[in-house]
Structures are given as structure tokens and as C-alpha cells.
Design a protein around this ligand. Structure first.
Ligand SMILES: [Zn+2]
Length: 366
């Protein structure tokens, strides 16, 4: 047995490290924390998540649709970036009553208006439900409906209580995950790789790990069910991964909690999870996008942005960020720089109109 374990443990450790790699989709942002406290923001691509049981990761996605009482603006491309987000030509207008709405897993199918990919199937079902409701309502009732929906998406206190509920449910898994980690990746290698090992300690450690793992898988399924009862997303796929792949059980809390904040805007999640400087960066971009968008488009386009801007300002108010502070330029790093890009924060010495990287109109330092 010891010989077999000597061969298997490196494969097991490699599988665990592979499981720590997280893919972030093109329109997704990820708040990741190795110890569950200090979060950092990760953009699209592959990221090494937390390898320890206390790690947490929350995905968020800007609502790709822009909602106005007259209808919805549907993005023409799978993911819009920078200046595209506030450019009317990157969207297609669709009146609610003409939309053929269907939710297919995480895809939201809107008939001729296009198809969107949301973070998870719960989110696509929720947005589909809203669009059907809007199609049945009168325009004044639609305004109130959209306001209520957006108010919840931008509600920082709701983000805090949802994250706390998820955290409390997954904390017991964190303790069991720590024990499993210690058994599999510390005690077992010591017992197996010592010169002249005896099979008895390795067998005891394996039995303890198996018991710990079984308990963890049962508790994970229960915690996920309880959270679903409170309307918090806890994917069945993550529970299945824990049941089929023991390394995933070590950081079960991270996998299970990934979509807990799927119903919120990234800027609202940021206001709760990130340091103030980082929140200000997002706030600056969001406010600039809303102001830039309001300069063009028809009445429906401006109404959609006015609704979004209203909720943004309310969020900033709750987060203690004044509008002057959110509109203020970032700290100038190069004294010779004239302007900066509000999206990527690059500075420009040349008098350019647009950022060569992300096409966003440049702002001037004052
Ligand atoms: Zn840029």
C-alpha cells in the first residue's frame, strides 16, 4: 500500500493544484481571496484560486441588458468592453412585448434580439422572469418594476448579508477542509515518504481522511440545500464535483460559494469586498460610462441609463462616496501626462482623443 501511495500522492497533489485554477468568463469578474478576508479583483482568463480551505471566490457580472420602460437594449456582441458599454450602436433595441424570452441553462434566449450568457442558470431564469413580467405591464408599472430590480442589484447591504449567510453556511466545511488538507498533504506524505515506512500509520491516516471526506461531502450538500432555500445560488455541479473529486472537497467553500453573489452588480459587490481605492476606480468608470451614454441615443436609451445612474448614486451614497469623489481623476503618476483613460487608467502625454487600448474617450487632468 505504501508503494502505491508513493506513486499516487504526487498525482493527487497535481490534480488538487489543477482544481485550484479558475476560469473567469469574458463578461465576468471574480472577487478572490486566499484567506477569505482581503479580496482582489480578477478579470477574464485563468487564475490560480486559493489553494487553502479558507479561500473564497465570488463571481459577478454587469447586467448585460439595459432596461428602459420602453424596452431593453441587448448587446450585439457576447461581451462589451470599455467604451462599447456606453455606445448605443453596440446594442439592439427590443420592445418587451416583441421578445420571445426563454432561459436555457445559463443562456438567455431573446428571439431575434439575440442570446446572452449569464453567470448561472438561476440568474438567466430570474432575468427571463423579469422580462416576461415587463412584457405584461404598462410602461409606468415597468419603470417601477425595473427600479425595484436594479435597486436589489445595487444593494450593498444585501450583498453583505448574502455573503455573510454563505460564509456562515460554509464555515464548517472550511474546518473539515483544513483537516482534510492536513491529512492528505502533510501527514500522509510524512508517513509515506519516511525511510522504511510501515503501512499501519498510512492506513490509519487514509481511514481518517475517508471519514473526514464523507462528512464534508454530506455537510456540503446540506449547506447548499439550505442556502438555496434562502434564494442564494449554490450550484449542484459544485456539490457533484466535491462528491466525485476528493481534492475539490479541500476548498469546498470556494467552489460552492462562487455564484452566491450572482444577483448583484460587480460595483455593488466591490463596495462590500474591496478596499476603498479599488471601489473608487470602479465608481469612476461606472459614473463616466453613465455620463458618456447620456450624451447620445434616443429617449429610451437615456431612460435606461438614468435608471442605472440613479442606483449607482444611491450605492455610492451608502458606501460614503460623494459624486465629486467618484468623478475626480485618479492620482497623476506621470507629471507630464495630460489625460487618462477611465477604463484602464493608462496615462497619456500625447493629446489623444481616445485610448488606443480600449477605445474609451480620454479624460483630461484638471
Ligand atoms: Zn483604456
Amino acid at each position: 500500500m505504501v508503494e502505491a501511495l508513493r506513486e499516487l500522492l504526487p498525482i493527487f497533489a497535481a490534480a488538487y493544484l489543477l482544481d485550484c485554477v479558475m476560469r473567469v468568463g469574458p463578461s465576468e469578474v471574480l472577487f478572490s481571496s486566499a484567506g477569505g478576508r482581503r479580496f482582489r479583483l480578477c478579470g477574464p482568463g485563468f487564475h490560480l484560486g486559493g489553494a487553502l480551505p479558507a479561500a473564497r471566490a465570488y463571481s459577478a457580472q454587469r447586467l448585460p441588458l439595459l432596461l428602459a420602460p420602453q424596452g431593453a437594449f441587448v448587446p450585439q456582441f457576447p461581451a462589451l468592453f470599455g467604451a462599447q458599454l456606453s455606445s448605443a450602436e453596440c446594442y439592439r433595441f427590443a420592445p418587451y412585448e416583441e421578445m420571445e424570452v426563454a432561459a436555457d441553462e445559463e443562456r438567455l434566449v431573446l428571439g431575434d434580439a439575440g442570446t446572452l450568457t449569464l453567470l448561472c442558470r438561476q440568474e438567466s431564469a430570474r432575468v427571463a422572469e423579469l422580462l416576461r413580467k415587463l412584457a405584461r405591464s404598462s410602461p409606468p408599472a415597468r419603470g417601477r418594476e425595473i427600479e425595484g430590480f436594479l435597486a436589489a442589484r445595487f444593494d450593498r447591504e444585501l450583498v453583505a448579508s448574502t455573503a455573510e449567510q454563505a460564509n456562515a453556511a460554509y464555515r464548517p466545511l472550511e474546518r473539515l477542509g483544513t483537516t482534510l488538507f492536513a491529512l492528505l498533504f502533510v501527514a500522509l506524505p510524512v508517513a509515506v515518504y519516511v525511510p522504511e515506512p510501515s503501512p499501519a500509520p498510512a492506513a490509519v491516516l487514509l481511514a481518517a481522511a475517508a471519514l473526514n471526506y464523507t462528512t464534508l461531502a454530506v455537510l456540503a450538500a446540506r449547506a447548499a440545500r439550505r442556502l438555496r432555500g434562502h434564494g442564494i445560488v449554490a450550484p449542484r455541479g459544485a456539490v457533484a464535483a466535491i462528491c466525485m473529486f476528493p481534492p475539490a472537497a479541500v476548498h469546498a467553500a470556494e467552489g460552492l460559494g462562487r455564484h452566491a453573489l450572482a444577483a448583484f452588480e460587480p460595483v455593488a459587490a466591490a463596495a462590500q469586498l474591496l478596499p476603498r481605492e479599488e471601489v473608487l476606480r470602479l465608481a469612476r468608470f461606472e459614473l463616466h460610462a453613465a455620463d458618456h451614454a447620456a450624451e447620445s441615443g434616443d429617449a429610451a436609451w437615456r431612460a435606461a441609463w438614468a435608471l442605472r445612474r440613479h442606483e449607482l448614486l444611491r450605492l455610492f451614497g451608502h458606501a460614503g462616496i460623494g459624486i465629486d469623489e467618484a468623478s475626480a481623476p485618479p492620482l497623476r503618476r506621470d507629471a507630464a501626462a495630460h489625460g487618462y483613460c477611465v477604463v484602464c487608467e493608462a496615462e497619456f502625454v500625447q493629446p489623444l482623443e481616445r485610448c488606443p487600448e480600449c477605445e474609451a474617450p480620454l479624460l483630461r487632468y484638471t
